[in-house]
Design a protein around this ligand. Structure first.
Ligand SMILES: [Zn+2]
Length: 406
């Protein structure tokens, strides 16, 4: 695998040194989570967006099939080497009625439900899998992660493409569709009684230390893949939006999207960055609470209890990174009740066609709460990030509808 021209390796923020490109787990010296490092001086806005903007002509189809790999000038691997199913390049859907209700100039849904396995995780998994494409399977198998469900399905899909043996450890409460599709993609699954932290503990208990981890912030490539969301929003809008509302669990999306906007600033594409708003359920909101309290590291949430399983991550692996990103970019945080999250997903489905899974509903719920608090001035462009397709959790949404008499 040839690294791209600007890719320097992975930087440990604790040791402040750059490790070679094949270091793709935590820092070998201190164990900290690493960041993919680039020589930003070698990248121009044209190099990043030049071919992306040109969608006319006979090669347009091939270009769109490249998905988010069209931004490979700022990815560690070239599009020609990518393990990809065309993830990314998801629709940015304008919704006039949402803009009216929120009292803003324009509102859009960035619909990540339309990725190959129906979630935003496909972006990061395509990078993490590409990093493994040339590796000797005997040296890395088994490959494992704990997952609330969606990322396990995505991992099984991309590792299956490489014929690699993978284990997804899911809590018993995980959505049936995730469990079924992990197996359909050829992945092994271990269903762990209890909740997500029990699944995290079970990985080490059952595999000892002898596995390659696809956990977010162990591999540096999952939140790295999420950053292309920022590039796509900039490419589609012609500027950065004013707000991006992000359903938040492990911190992976916040850290990734923030890095993407940071990089747009680094290469001179923009001088401003949007206000990123982390949205969590009130019954599991460690990152929101840390930001509001001015803490740099979230306290594990003592008694998590949300029906939105994808967002029930009481001790987020990327908590410090997410809080740091929000503080760096003047981000904000909102906690919303489960009922508001599910109501929002249902309302968007009924009014806007777009099918949001329960976790995705946190984005409009957060934006509505923010509007009610008088957060908007009226001239903003607002993006709601739908992190998963409605096909992930139709039972939860329908039960909520029936229970509420709608
Ligand atoms: Zn280190």
């Amino acid at each position: 695998m040839e690294p791209t021209a600007a890719f320097q390796g992975v930087r440990c923020p604790a040791c402040d040194r750059i490790h070679p490109a094949d270091t793709d787990q935590r820092c070998p010296d201190c164990g900290a989570a690493c960041e993919v490092a680039y020589d930003y001086g070698a990248i121009t806005t044209d190099a990043l967006f030049g071919h992306a903007a040109d969608t006319d002509g006979p090669t347009a189809r091939a270009r769109s099939d490249r998905g988010h790999w069209r931004f490979d000038a700022l990815l560690p691997f070239a599009a020609s080497d990518a393990v990809t199913a065309g993830e990314g390049t998801t629709p940015l859907v304008a919704t006039d009625s949402l803009a009216d209700e929120l009292g803003v100039e324009a509102a859009y849904v960035k619909d990540e439900g339309r990725n190959p396995t129906g979630t935003v995780h496909d972006r990061g998994m395509s990078l993490a899998a590409t990093a493994l494409a040339d590796r000797d399977p005997d040296a890395i198998e088994p490959i494992a992660l704990a997952t609330t469900g969606n990322s396990g399905q995505s991992a099984a899909a991309y590792l299956g493409r490489l014929g690699l043996r993978s284990y997804a450890f899911v809590p018993s409460r995980s959505a049936f569709s995730n469990k079924a599709m992990i197996n359909v993609h050829g992945g092994e699954m271990r269903v762990v009684g209890g909740r997500y932290p029990d699944a995290v503990d079970a990985v080490d208990e059952q595999l000892a230390a002898d596995y390659y981890s696809l956990q977010e912030f162990t591999t540096p490539y999952r939140h790295e893949g999420a950053k292309t969301l920022a590039f796509e929003l900039y490419a589609d809008l012609g500027e950065v939006p004013d707000y991006v509302f992000v359903p938040t669990s492990t911190g992976e999306l916040i850290a990734g999207v923030a890095k993407g906007f940071d990089e747009l600033k680094q290469i001179g594409a923009t001088e401003s960055t949007p206000t990123i708003v982390a949205v969590q359920p009130t019954s599991c909101a460690p990152i929101v609470t840390a930001l509001e309290g001015g803490e740099s590291e979230p306290e594990p949430w003592a008694v998590p209890d949300t029906i939105v399983g994808e967002l029930e991550v009481p001790d987020p692996a990327g908590g410090p990174q997410a809080v740091a990103a929000l503080q760096r970019l003047d981000g904000e945080a909102v906690a919303v009740d489960d009922a508001d999250i599910l109501d929002s997903a249902v309302t968007v489905a009924q009014a806007e066609v777009i099918e949001m899974g329960a976790a995705g509903g946190a984005a409009p719920a957060g934006a509505w709460a923010y509007a009610e608090d008088g957060g908007f001035d009226g001239d903003e462009t607002v993006v709601l990030l739908n992190t998963e397709s409605g096909a992930k959790t139709p039972d939860i949404l329908r039960s909520h509808l029936m229970g509420g008499g709608r």
